[in-house]
Design a protein around this ligand. Structure first.
Ligand code: SAM
Ligand code: SF4
Length: 327
């Protein structure tokens, strides 16, 4: 074991988000243009062997939880095999997915050691789903959610981004549905990470606004002990059901951030909004030993800033969009 990954502000990093691919089978308007993006060429992606090797180094430095994401992680060929290998290292694994194909793969993923799943869903109305994602696949997402629950990937979480004038009138409907189905719903503030650079703080649906909308219909009681979790949780009508709000922009949680990110092409990012990445793939492919990889990783963590600074005039959106970094 190596020394833990502590940054200059005393934050200990134990959580890793791994992007398995930058590709996707939906085209959510706030995330990707209709024609998609310039996908990474396959030779640039980390192979399963490379990913497992890097995961071992992260583990040796105290990382214990890994969330697999993308792009759409279920598009990664052989995903259950990779999950099994990562899980065998002692990592606790979760997945963020749009849910397409989950009905087919949930059991195999669970058997391979996946513990939890977050499914992204912004609307329950088929025509809105089509407009928002540019694909007519709402039924597939819903059956993916049902399968996740059936195989015991619990709690099944649902992530929702509210967009003004598009689905912001659906907050209560989504909550009522999630409570009825036994899913844990979390609303996420839209962040400046879209390739179109269309994000506008003045029109973003803020955490305050989301809570205000919900409070018109249900009683919300804050749950203490947020820890390093990004979501602020609230008991709904006294509990035990809860709803979460992730106020990444208006209620940043940078001070307790314990996360690192690894892109599909092997770049470490110490923050979702970082403008710099640390390349692990090049040294890995030229045969670097674990010690050198660990040193590079440590340097990346040391360089982490206090916060994302979205509110400051100097803030510049990162070059890579959310789907390429790993959301
Ligand atoms: N394709 C998978 C999915 O949709 O769950 C995983 C990747 S996606 C980038 C992860 C999450 O990021 C989704 O819940 C999506 O809604 C969210 N997301 C994408 N762009 C965002 C943005 N600009 N602000 C906030 N959340 C965003
Ligand atoms: Fe794909 Fe997820 Fe982005 Fe939607 S949010 S386009 S599902 S990566």
């Amino acid at each position: 074991m190596r020394a833990p990954l502590v940054d200059g502000f005393g934050r200990v990093h134990t959580d890793l988000r791994v992007s398995l691919t930058d590709r996707c089978n939906l085209r959510c308007t706030y995330c990707m243009p209709a024609e998609g993006l310039d996908w990474l060429p396959k030779p640039e992606l980390l192979t399963d062997d490379e990913l497992v090797r890097l995961a071992e180094v992260f583990f040796s430095m105290g990382v214990r939880t890994v969330r697999l994401t993308g792009g759409e992680p279920l598009l990664r060929p052989g995903l259950p095999g990779l999950v099994a290998r990562l899980s065998a290292l002692g990592l606790s694994l979760s997945l963020t997915t749009n849910g397409l194909g989950l009905a087919r793969s949930a059991q195999a993923l669970r058997d391979a050691g996946l513990r939890r799943v977050n499914v992204s869903l912004d609307t329950l109305r088929p025509e809105r789903f089509l407009a928002l994602t540019r694909r007519d696949r709402l039924a597939d997402v819903l059956s993916g959610l049902t399968a996740a629950k059936a195989v015991g990937l619990e709690p099944v979480k649902v992530n929702t981004v509210l967009l003004r004038g598009t689905n912001d009138d659906e907050a209560v409907e989504l909550l009522t549905w999630a409570l009825g189905e036994g899913y844990a719903l979390r609303f996420i503030e839209q962040m400046p990470l879209d390739p179109q650079h269309g994000w506008d703080r003045s029109t973003m649906v803020s955490a305050d606004e989301i809570l205000e909308r919900l409070r018109r219909h249900v009683r919300l009681t804050p749950v203490e002990q947020r820890g390093s979790a990004p979501a602020e949780e609230f008991l709904v009508d006294g509990g035990p059901a809860t709803v979460g709000v992730v106020g990444s922009v208006t209620r940043p949680f940078c001070a307790s951030c314990d996360r690192l990110r690894l892109t599909a092409d092997g770049q470490v990012r110490n923050c979702l909004f970082a403008r710099k990445e640390s390349d692990l793939r090049t040294p890995l492919r030229r045969g670097a030993g674990d010690e050198e990889l660990a040193e590079r990783l440590r340097a990346a963590v040391t360089a982490k800033k206090a916060g994302h600074g979205i509110g400051s005039p100097e803030f510049v959106q990162p070059d890579r969009p959310m789907s390429a970094i790993g959301g």
